[in-house]
Design a protein around this ligand. Structure first.
Ligand code: MN
Length: 242
């Protein structure tokens, strides 16, 4: 689910949830550029020529490919020269989640009574929280909270965080943009996801709560509920194992 909200002139978030891939992107920069960057990033992961990663090296390559495509589009369109995007993506393969991440969108794992933030935000304020200069609460309203330290589409190579984890039946994955995490605490996200009967109900409830908290940003959420038979399969249906 993705909501533009009432403040931003357009929705520069994008998302995908199909086959074995889940991803969110939060674009930025120049006239319509954010929208273009977010969509280019997702297309680079999902179009016909995109390999479906079965390992961490392939996740990194997929992100580098997305980065290259955004830079190529920037170079040939002056109005998009400042564009970039966050990208957080999860591929579910052979009972594992392979995760790639750049920027301040997030992936969470809800397992039992706990919610764990799997990704680290690449933002100025997140670094200040990690080194003890700011509290989480101070970071939430800090004037530099939207300033990223890493994004796809910028100058030079992009450094990609890549990780994988073994999934269990009953696990719930949450991918979201900062429009959600800017208005809801992680514990509240966990409570809503645990209390929801379906992924769609969870996504709707989270987006609704963010809007009630008067989120000033676009809000995007992708949810997956992992079931036993998702973990047995070598490859999910509809995905060519080659
Ligand atoms: Mn945002």
């Amino acid at each position: 689910m993705s909501e533009q909200g009432t403040v931003r002139p357009r929705n520069e978030d994008a998302w995908v949830a199909r086959g074995d891939i889940l991803a969110v992107a939060d674009g930025m920069g120049g006239y319509a550029g954010g929208d273009v960057a977010a969509r280019l990033a997702l297309a680079a992961l999902t179009d016909g020529s995109a390999p479906s990663p079965a390992g961490e090296a392939e996740v990194r390559s997929a992100f580098e490919r997305a980065h290259r495509r955004i830079r190529e589009a920037s170079a040939s369109h002056p109005e998009w020269s400042e564009m970039g995007t966050t990208l957080t993506a999860v591929w579910i393969r052979r009972g594992r989640a392979f995760i790639g991440h750049v920027g301040d969108s997030r992936a969470y794992l809800v397992r039992g009574e706990r919610i764990e933030q799997i990704t680290q935000d690449h933002s100025v304020t997140a670094e200040l929280v990690r080194n003890g200069t700011l509290t989480e609460e101070e970071a939430r309203t800090h004037p530099h909270r939207h300033v990223l330290t890493r994004a796809l589409g910028g100058d030079g190579p992009v450094e990609v965080d890549v990780m994988s984890l073994a999934l269990r039946p009953g696990d719930r994955l949450v991918l979201c943009t900062d429009g959600l995490t800017g208005s809801l605490e992680s514990d509240e996200i966990g409570r809503v996801v645990r209390a929801s009967a379906t992924p769609r109900a969870a996504a709707e409830a989270l987006v609704q709560r963010a809007c009630e908290h008067r989120s000033t940003d676009n809000v995007t959420v992708v949810i997956a509920f992992i079931e036993e038979n998702d973990l047995d399969q070598e490859d999910p249906p509809g995905v060519d194992p080659t």
